[in-house]
Design a protein around this ligand. Structure first.
Ligand SMILES: CCCCCCCCCCCCC/C=C/[C@@H](O)[C@H](COP(=O)(O)O)NC(=O)CCCCC
Ligand SMILES: Nc1ncnc2c1ncn2[C@@H]1O[C@H](COP(=O)(O)OP(=O)(O)O)[C@@H](O)[C@H]1O
Ligand SMILES: [Ca+2]
Length: 480
């Protein structure tokens, strides 16, 4: 027992003792199947009160030495996300774990969209807390992350509108209790969408750095993204699904099929700065796992050279007709696609995987989509290209008409002439169609965007997906 206690002590999170009956129960985390964690306990009986008291004191002292564990948390619950069970999930599955681990909480149930973002950005007294927790889906996480990142920049005097400025990393960690529709940020950082597992990762004080993309249009900042920035297919699915929110998570399946059948393609230009160094490639099968060496290397590189000047780098420019343009800053694994949009993308390597799906037949596109749900390689198609990048831009074709860059050679007369053609085409309705960007589940108001990856800007209460232990109990189940 002593040996077991030593091995798993860092997973002990609570102790309860009974003075008269002379026993103490030690609560610890047990690993189950599919990356799920559960609470377990061992009860120690003792004939002497004094000995029992000594055990309890010693364990409490040891727990107090674990300084990375949160003591005070600010929790935001979205009561309308997913199947609208956020409040119930928190009260029944999460609050008891926080209380067992002596974590005190202030809980806010949101009353409107952007309530959590605005509260975090301006009002919340963040000095009181060791972390913030969101109960909801990717949209709710995104809201909170915006509040926290913007607040951090304001307090540091950093202008979010400027792509030249280095953003200040956030001090507080964010915990995610999955209660949304896709919950890909939770799934891709923990390995499951299970509220109990996420609560346990929070109380043991896990820490996982994560890249954040800033999305700009000209000189103005639009949004941040940590998972998927998708134009074309995923933008259209999201736009259509917003009108079906009443259906809950099933809206994505209906909109997915509808969007697939419409088979729209979009024309434009994608330019990007490829990632350099040891960042690997999207097709190298080096999946990001707990303690990932590529992400660790990025942390140490950052200590050496803070924000290298990328003036000398060469941009790659690709023009074409695309069914989808996706930037995955992490794998984007979720129950619909257990390996994700880019299975080898890293959580904290300072890059995003840019996936270009060119116009192809419906059958080929279906084959590509279905490969997200099985073990086959979704990049192994002639119409799919994937690049690991640190910065990219997209200009839709209809805006290229107005673009100074393309018309510089034509001079003033040529420019006037081309603008006239564009105006006429818009009027006759044969202008190329445009999609929306899906930015972590939110629709962006602009189509022409510039994107920059900020390496390890935020930290989650997570540890990345753990390799499956060999000694795993094959009968242990995730659900309780
Ligand atoms: C016709 C067959 C389609 C099979 C497609 C399978 C591919 C699924 C890949 C899913 C990647 C999801 C990336 C995550 C996106 C979320 O941020 C976003 C918002 O989530 P939430 O706030 O929790 O609702 N979800 C989506 O955009 C849904 C995409 C669904 C695509 C079918
Ligand atoms: N109280 C609320 N009422 C309405 N919308 C809200 C509320 N709180 C948060 N939201 C918004 O709900 C949207 C979806 O939330 P999310 O938790 O991601 O659920 P889902 O995964 O089902 O999309 C987010 O854009 C968030 O800003
Ligand atoms: Ca990344």
């Amino acid at each position: 027992m002593i040996l077991i206690m030593q091995v798993t002590f860092y997973l002990v999170f609570g102790i309860m003792w009974h003075f008269h009956l002379c026993f103490s129960a030690v609560f610890y985390v047990e690993r189950m199947r599919q990356h799920c964690w559960r609470c377990s306990n061992v009860t120690f009986h003792c004939s002497e009160h004094s000995m029992c008291l000594l055990w309890v004191q010693t364990i409490r002292e040891q727990l107090a030495l674990l300084t990375n564990r949160p003591k005070n948390l600010l929790v935001y619950i979205n009561p309308y996300g997913g199947k609208q069970r956020g409040k119930q999930i928190y009260d029944h599955k999460v609050a008891p774990i926080f209380s067992r681990a002596s974590v005190s909480t202030d809980v806010i149930v949101t009353e409107r969209a952007n309530h959590a973002r605005d509260h975090l950005k301006t009002e919340a007294d963040l000095k009181k807390y060791d972390g913030v927790v969101c109960v909801g889906g990717d949209g709710m996480f995104s809201e909170m992350m915006h509040g926290l990142v913007s607040r951090t920049q304001r307090e540091a005097g950093v202008d979010e509108n400027s792509m030249e400025e280095t953003l200040m990393p956030c001090g507080l960690r964010i915990g995610i209790i999955p209660a949304g529709s896709t919950d890909c940020i939770c799934y891709a950082t923990v390995g499951s969408n299970d509220p109990v597992t996420s609560a346990l990762h929070i109380v043991v004080g896990d820490s996982q750095p994560m890249d954040v993309c800033s999305v700009h249009n000209e000189d103005s900042f639009l949004r941040y993204s940590v998972s998927l920035l998708g134009y074309g297919f995923y933008g259209d699915v999201l736009t259509d699904s917003e009108r079906k929110r009443w259906m809950g998570p099933a809206r994505y399946d209906i909109s997915g099929v509808k969007t697939f059948l419409s088979h729209r393609y979009y024309e434009g230009t994608v330019s990007f700065l490829p990632a350099e160094g040891d960042s690997g490639t999207p097709r190298d099968k080096m999946q990001c796992r707990s303690g990932c060496s590529i992400c660790l290397q990025t942390s140490s590189d950052q200590l050496v050279s803070k924000n290298e000047d990328s003036c000398g780098d060469t941009w790659t420019v690709i023009r074409g007709k695309f069914l989808a343009i996706n930037a995955a800053s992490m794998s984007c694994a979720c129950p619909r696609s257990p390996k994700g949009l880019s299975p080898s993308a890293h959580l904290a390597d300072g890059t995003t995987d840019l996936i270009l799906v060119r116009k192809c037949s419906r059958l080929n596109f279906l084959c590509h989509l279905l490969r997200h749900t099985n073990k086959e390689d979704q990049f192994d198609h002639s119409f799919v290209e994937v690049y690991r990048v640190k910065q990219f831009r997209f200009t839709p074709r209809y805006q290229e008409c107005d673009s100074e860059v393309d018309l510089r050679e034509s001079g003033a007369t040529g420019k006037r002439f081309l603008s006239q053609i564009c105006r006429e085409h818009r009027a006759c309705g044969c202008m190329p169609s445009q999609s929306n960007w899906n930015c972590d589940g939110e629709i962006l108001p602009h189509t022409a965007i510039q994107v920059l990856v900020h390496s390890q800007l935020i930290k989650l209460f997570a540890r990345g997906i753990e390799e499956q232990p060999v000694f795993e109990d094959p009968y242990a189940q995730c659900a309780i």
